[in-house]
Write a protein that binds this ligand. Structure first.
Ligand code: TXA
Ligand code: MG
Length: 340
């Protein structure tokens, strides 16, 4: 593994963007692993057709070899090359949501090496929306394998700075494409059984998927709940976790919050409050964050906030329980895992 610090490439002018595409494509072509922006979270990218390069992703992340990696494409044609079968349902969902934060799990083609799928017969495919990622895939003309660019079991990065802090000494190149616009990982949908189902909730919500697909989905596994075979190995209860302990609480007013916090026996100056509606106005908390009361804006802000908590050395993060409903499912899922 490399020591030293990764070079961070900016992309905020057309010439910087073009130069960064060229650098990223050259590195990927040589089997290197580079961190690239996507609209969901930053990805740790390698040529999906190069087994050694993909194996390097696993080593850098400390990821168990049993956890398959998503393959990113930038055209329907490239998606078809990665899949042995492409169900009509895949086309309907792709037409509605690609490019975007949706991963479709389909039977894999022979093109895709074992290491990508963790030896399984299926592959997760996504056409990301971020212009930089799209430009790299078009230019490279191979699919790009990319998990989130964090150490295994840590919070996904939504900025180049997050990547630099956790993996900066294990990478040569990080491309800065700005703050991730979606902020949570893609919705993963399994299309390999008769009835489709959501393996990982994301910001494309179930009712929208069902409307576009024209069929009902199997009900999603409960966050953290065991139950049956592990179809999506990444979906372990303890995942996406900050270092600090995170609890999701309902509080009716400030004194109610204080009463509940007292039971945790943590100094107030080690306490980070994340509230969207009932915001405490007193108490010597380390930090009170007012997070937007809107699912998209909340999702965009959440991981940045959890990264800040860890940076600041918070011991306990008390999160006001978000509203119910399908639009909030991904936020609820990630908070559930972070508190498991
Ligand atoms: O938004 C995203 O999906 C980001 C960006 C970089 O595209 N990627 C991402 O990758 O979140 P990762 O590896 O952190 O999470 C992928 C999830 C894991 O839970 C993994 O187990 C699941 O998708 N997955 C990947 N391939 C699969 C397959 N063939 N069958 C079932 N689950 C799969
Ligand atoms: Mg991940």
């Amino acid at each position: 593994m490399l020591s030293g610090r990764a070079e961070v490439l900016s992309t905020h002018t057309p010439s910087l963007f073009a130069a960064a595409v060229e650098r990223a494509v050259a590195a990927l072509g040589q089997g290197e692993v580079v961190a690239l922006p996507t609209e969901t979270v930053y990805g740790l990218a390698a040529n999906a057709l190069n087994s050694e390069a993909v194996a390097r992703i696993f080593r850098i992340k400390g990821r168990p070899g049993s956890n398959p990696i998503i393959v990113h494409v930038a055209s329907r044609a490239l998606a078809l090359r990665c899949a042995r079968e492409w169900p009509a349902l895949a086309d309907r969902l792709a037409a509605a949501f690609w490019p975007g934060p949706l991963t479709l799990v389909v039977p894999r083609s022979d093109l895709i090496p074992d290491v990508v799928t963790a030896g399984g017969e299926t592959v997760g495919i996504r056409w990301p929306q971020h212009p930089f990622m799209q430009a790299v895939i078009r230019e490279a003309d191979f699919p790009i394998a990319a998990p989130s660019a964090n150490l295994s079991n840590q919070i996904s990065p939504t900025s180049a700075d997050h990547v630099a802090r956790s993996l900066g000494d294990r990478l040569r190149l990080i491309v800065d494409g700005g703050d991730a616009n979606v902020g949570l990982e893609s919705t993963v949908v399994d299309l390999t059984s008769p009835v489709p189902r959501v393996l990982r909730p994301g910001m494309i919500a179930l009712p929208d998927l069902e409307r576009a697909a024209g069929v009902k989905f199997e009900s999603a596994p409960r966050p953290g709940g065991g139950g049956g075979a592990l179809r999506s190995p990444g979906l372990l209860p303890k995942h996406y976790a900050p270092r600090a302990r995170l609890v999701v609480l309902d509080w009716s007013d400030e004194s109610d919050l204080q009463r509940q916090l007292a039971t945790f026996a943590v100094n107030p100056d080690k306490l980070w409050i994340l509230a969207h509606s009932c915001v405490p106005l007193s108490g010597n908390y380390l930090h009170v964050c007012v997070i937007p009361d809107d699912p998209e804006a909340y999702a965009r802000a959440l991981y940045g906030e959890l990264h800040r908590c860890d940076e600041a050395g918070a011991e306990l993060i008390a999160v006001e329980r978000p509203p119910e409903g399908p639009a909030w499912a991904a936020v609820a899922d990630r908070l559930g895992r972070a508190s498991a």
